[in-house]
Design a protein. Structure first.
Lengths: 264, 299
């Protein structure tokens, strides 16, 4: 058999194999759950949190019905997050507990790490620093070598250190978070804000102002009203410490205007 | 010169040419067979006819459908000596027993922008089935543009009626008369209460007002009757249009829906095809990013 024939046969085989390639079969139910999930994502991005919660619930219901473990974990996490934003922290905790204490289904460690990190954040929101530290450690334990939320966990730990007025530890953790989250603007801004707070505690107002302004630029680009308000309040504190009372008032006024819109 | 070697190469070339020719003939035969199969040469069929005043919208090869299934195709369209059009339709034999002699052929559009097909409207079950050279009655179904045109032409007189009613002054005049009569009556009552002693004068006013009312009321009733007649006529026209279009509009909507569904399925198929599937990644459920910041209670 000549070389040309061999090549022809090989090419034909490759073509036949390619034609025979079949996409992963996705059931109509799974596609429906995906659609609800994506609509929920869009609603969340637009700040329509109640609508997002309803859509995630619908996606979760389908995922439970078809026992799609990944979908169950994702939509439970999303529902917990959305309820946290809506101020329903008890419900958010219960949802996370369902996920973390589920003995029947096995979820991916990455999802469990996210659940534990969210749990830590909820504990911190209720000023339970000990509980928050415990869940942050659990999140770290679930996190494997290529854990994508390692930077988030560092930010959570920095937040815990700030509550304990440990500025040095907070600064160290948030700086680590900053380098770990170089490609995640949301967490980069969070790290900058935490660093600014730590600098304020250390009476380094000029540095704090610069960090808060850097965070403000990112938060404005992300369109996050509550974060923009926090950045402005930090800037106001820094201006006050620098003796710039007028600028501090301006920042507080800007923050108050954002708060008046009641958008999160 | 190496003659034996040359002869050997010549022989080899001849063999390869023969193989190539044989292959080409085989491919040609295969293509011919496929065309023949497509043209229904291998399936037994029954020819039936229908006649129509003009051939507009009809074409050779057009699909013939029965309850949504393709059961044949238009084979010939010929003009008869009496200037009518004779259409020959070939029906697959396996469906012929379902079509009675009293069935009708109707030219319809499959969707708002779909292609036209000849649809066989089933006749009575008891009647004998069609046979070779049977002739069916033919009618044209209304397409979207015809329905819209009909609707527009029927709405035109109604709109004119409504315009006439509102602009003729009947309604305005009626209201003006009522206003005038009630004004006079109110004035009379006032005078009556104020001038209790001067009863005669007031009574005269009341009498004159009553006379005005007596004159006005029959006119008002007549005008109200005329107005009501006009409104009734308009309502009857609207009812007629609605009932005339009722049969067509749901099918149009259904067809449009089917068209959209077809489009979605086609797009889905294209997306899944081997050449393009790498360009369209299947969407997956996504989780919201964890927000690792909790605002201090008193910032």
């Amino acid at each position: 058999m000549g070389a040309r024939s061999t090549v022809s046969i090989l090419c034909s085989l490759v073509l036949l194999t390619a034609c025979g390639t079949v996409d992963e079969v996705r059931s109509a139910r799974l596609e429906q759950a995906t659609e609800f999930n994506q609509r929920g994502q869009r609603a969340f991005q637009r700040g329509e949190y109640q609508a997002a919660a309803t859509l995630y619930e619908q996606a979760l219901q389908i995922d439970v019905a078809i026992e799609n473990e990944s979908g169950i974990a994702i939509n439970t996490l999303n529902l917990a997050r959305v309820n946290q934003v809506l101020g329903k922290t008890a419900l958010a905790q219960r949802l996370l507990d369902h996920l973390l204490e589920d003995k029947a289904l096995r979820y991916a460690p990455a999802h469990l790490a996210e659940a534990a990190a969210q749990k830590a954040l909820l504990r911190l929101q209720e000023n339970d620093t000990a509980g928050a530290a415990l869940w942050a450690d659990k999140a770290g334990a679930y996190c494997e070598s290529d854990c994508r939320i390692a930077g988030v966990i560092d930010n959570v730990r920095a937040g815990i250190a700030l509550r304990a007025n440990d500025a040095d530890k907070a600064l160290q953790l948030s700086e680590r978070a900053l380098s770990a989250n170089s490609d995640v603007p949301l967490e980069r801004a969070n790290a900058l804000r935490l660093m600014a707070s730590a600098k304020l505690i250390k009476n380094e107002a000029a540095a704090a102002l610069s960090l808060a302004e850097e965070a403000l630029v990112i938060d404005k680009s992300l369109g996050l009203p509550e974060k923009i308000r926090q950045d402005l309040l930090l800037s106001a504190q820094a201006h006050e410490k620098l003796g710039q009372a007028e600028l501090a008032v301006q920042c507080r006024d800007r923050a108050a205007r954002i708060a008046a819109t009641a958008l999160k | 010169m190496k003659l034996p070697n040359y002869n050997q190469r010549l022989l080899s070339m001849e063999t390869r040419t023969k193989r190539f020719m044989l292959g080409a003939v085989a491919v040609m035969l295969l293509v011919l067979a496929m065309i023949a199969a497509k043209q229904d040469y291998f399936s037994r069929s029954t020819a039936i006819y229908f006649f129509t005043p003009n051939a507009q919208g009809l074409s050779k090869g057009m699909a013939v459908k029965f309850i949504g299934f393709k059961v044949g195709s238009v084979k010939e369209i010929n003009m008869e000596p009496n200037a009518t059009v004779r259409v020959k339709v070939s029906l697959d034999d396996e469906y012929v027993h379902l079509i009675g002699q009293d069935a009708k052929a109707r030219l319809v559009k499959e969707a708002l922008v779909g292609e036209s097909v000849v649809e066989i409207i089933p006749g009575s079950q008891q009647v004998r089935q069609v046979s070779q050279n049977s002739v069916l009655e033919f009618e044209r179904g209304q397409d979207a543009s015809t329905v819209v045109e009909n609707l527009a032409s029927q709405l035109q007189p109604i709109l004119s009626d409504i315009h006439q009613i509102t602009s003729s002054g009947d309604i305005q005049q009626t209201l003006k008369n009522l206003n005038q009569a009630s004004g006079t009556f109110r004035q009379t009552v006032n005078e009556y209460t104020q001038l209790g002693a001067n009863g005669n004068k007031a009574m005269e006013h009341i009498n004159s007002s009553m006379e005005t009312l007596d004159k006005a009321i029959p006119k008002l009733v007549d005008k109200a009757d005329a107005t009501l007649d006009n409104v009734q006529a308009a309502t009857a026209d609207i009812k007629k249009i609605t009932s005339d279009s009722a049969g067509e509009i749901p099918s149009l909507v259904r067809n449009a829906n089917a068209l959209v569904q077809d489009g979605q399925e086609t797009l889905g198929g294209v997306k899944r095809s081997w050449l393009l599937n790498s360009l369209f990644t299947a969407p997956e459920e996504q989780s919201l990013p964890v927000d690792g910041y909790v605002a201090p209670t008193q910032p």
